[in-house]
Design a protein around this ligand. Structure first.
Ligand SMILES: [Zn+2]
Length: 324
């Protein structure tokens, strides 16, 4: 069935249920963005010797295997957004994640933000990463998380490319105000992101709305910096809405307090390493206190026809031309 979005563009049909099931009750997703520590955005432009890169890779692998043990002990299935290059260089790790029953999504080929690409080169990067992961797992990759949540107004055309490449959902739009990312007025719960010509289900990271502002409480630096009560308040607030999904995110390197520090500037250094000694205990408490599902399972249970639609692409015509 082809139907029409608000401004009259033909859009790719979303899956419709023949018989409408009950709305999805509130649920939670735990996700991990799997990249080696030296690939983080804060280290862009920092020359890291090859030997150190390898060492970060080995540490990342060890920590990820430890996370798999912790998830298994808590009987939790998660979603891992993996950098495609890791599927090629460390296939055993990717196979171990997959064999444990977790979902594997794409986290780009080598962790460059979407802003570095145009639609064509982004498509190449995306397919390269998708193919590398699929070669290892034998299963289709259907979820995407952009490095540093870099699907923003400027890069809204990424929604079209993701939909064209067969992705079922994206989790890259952070509805917050931040110097590096975010679309502050995007919906806080699941929504249908509209590109220039295509639509895609979006699962935004968890925010806590207080005094008219969306506080990012989904994980990463916020998880390390804020007291755990703030994330719990965000989880409670999200739990009040049906069809709501509390999407949390972490990185393996955040659970490795002993790792050698990257030579970063003062602000980046603080942002990167604040609270790294507390994360493992905090994660354990989350795993014991809440139930979680894989993003793809939640995505397939959502009644997409009832979700809000939100136009992401900044310049509809310009993006359309660029895609042609
Ligand atoms: Zn990342």
């Amino acid at each position: 069935m082809l139907y029409t979005a608000g401004v009259g563009h033909p859009v790719r049909p979303l899956r419709c249920h023949a018989v409408f099931p009950a709305a999805l009750p509130h649920t939670r997703v735990i996700s991990f963005d799997v990249e080696e520590h030296h690939r983080i955005e804060a280290a862009a432009g920092v020359a890291v010797p090859v030997g150190s890169q390898r060492a970060y890779g080995e540490r990342m692998e060890r920590v990820t295997l430890d996370l798999l043990d912790r998830l298994a002990a808590a009987n939790v299935l998660a979603t891992f957004f993996v950098v495609g290059d890791i599927a090629e260089t460390r296939p055993r790790l990717v196979r171990a994640i997959h064999a444990a029953g977790h979902e594997i999504g794409s986290h780009s080929w080598d962790h460059r933000r979407v802003h570095h690409f145009d639609p064509k080169s982004f498509r190449d990067d995306l397919l390269r990463s998708k193919d590398a992961i699929e070669q290892v797992t034998g299963e289709r990759v259907t979820g995407f998380r952009a490095p540093t949540f870099s699907v923003t107004r400027e890069t809204g055309w990424a929604i079209d490319v993701l939909a064209e490449c067969g992705f079922e959902y994206d989790s890259s739009i952070f509805p917050v105000r931040h110097d590096r990312y975010g679309i502050p007025d995007a919906p806080r719960g699941p929504f249908i992101a509209q590109g220039a010509e295509q639509e895609l289900l979006e699962l935004p990271p968890l925010t806590y709305r207080v005094a008219g502002v969306n506080l990012p409480v989904a994980g990463g630096g916020y998880f390390r910096l804020f007291p755990p009560a703030i994330m719990r308040a965000g989880l409670q607030q999200a739990a009040r809405g049906e069809q709501n999904v509390a999407m949390l995110y972490f990185h393996p390197w955040e659970f490795d307090p002993e790792q050698p520090r990257l030579p970063l500037g003062r602000l980046s250094r603080w942002r990167t390493y604040v609270g790294v000694g507390k994360t493992t205990d905090r994660l354990e408490r989350l795993l014991q206190g809440y139930s979680f599902r894989r993003a793809i399972d939640v995505a397939r249970d959502l009644r997409t026809e009832t979700l809000p639609r939100y136009r992401v692409a900044e310049e509809v015509k310009a993006a359309g031309v660029a895609l042609a």
